[in-house]
Design a protein around this ligand. Sequence first.
Ligand code: SF4
Ligand code: SF4
Length: 355
Amino acid sequence: MPVTETKKSLHKRHDDLAQANKQLEILSSGIFADGELPTFAEKIKETNQFPLRPKKLEILQINVGYMCNQVCEHCHVDAGPDRKEIMTWETMEQCLEVIKNTGAHTLDLTGGAPEMNPNFRRFVEEASKAGIKDFIVRSNLTIIRANKKYHDLPEFFKKHNVHVVSSMPHWTRGKTDKQRGEGVFDKSIKALQELNAVGYGMPDSDLRLDLVYNPNGAYLPSDQAGMEKDFKKALMEDFGIQFHNLFAITNLPIARFLDYLIASENYEDYMYQLVEAYNPAAVANVMCTNTISISWDGWLYDCDFNQMLDLKVNSKVKHISEYNEDVLNDRNIIISQHCYGCTAGAGSSCQGTVA
Ligand code: SF4
Ligand code: SF4
């Protein structure tokens, strides 16, 4: 379904797939229930990696809200302008307490478009004082050009030494706009040039600018290093843009990407691809082994994907108000068939490949 045909989230359309339990039901039935394909649990049992357990916590990922200025076709958050779930300042204060005391070295703010949370800047200002080594904001780029009030974001990011990680599905207008909406490419290019202009992405700059690629359809990303080379060459030649690294991310079969797979009759083929590309070596480093994901309303999850499937952590501690890193670290990670998206080929995480 091209994005131009639907500007609404699954939630707004009251689509069945807006319900996490409906998605989980699909992921557990059909080819997985009748034994045609092994479940993820069965697969990781083959290499004695079940139950999946966390290692040392390295990343706190905070989702400050599902509101977004875009309605991308593949979005696993089902984000959009019609989503009203936004983290309150009260929950942000609870997060700040955790950030001050965490052993994690990376703080990763995501959304929706995190910048649309009315308290985003106040939160960044406070969080940056905690001295976390790597402070990431996931920006969709177009937000910088969406409205005058966001135009100074590159300067704001610079001031707080934020590491900007931005989605950029392709270096061509056609492929980018097909996945993310008309006009997204031109706005993204302009935003990248503005980030470059304040020093982001320059070869010797400490102002980190990384891009995230995810495929346009029902196929897996190709080699990350090769794609990074192609992106760098094309963006430099065509627009004079520079950036540091490219992360290639596999689309996980949840929310709008699951909807796309089903509507295009690609669901089973895609699951076959994921299972066939299963790489046991990737299991040890999947994102949930070093991350805690916090939702806009303060619930704790193994990862952003489990958050969207409403699979809260399997721990006594389930909410930011009762956060305890030692207790949380002693848990089994909740898995289902969507996890195959993290272990296909070289593996996939918010930081790109893992194996
Ligand atoms: S993929 Fe990112 S930019 Fe697109 S709708 Fe989802 S949150 Fe917004
Ligand atoms: S989807 Fe989440 S829980 Fe499953 S393997 Fe990936 S990071 Fe871990």
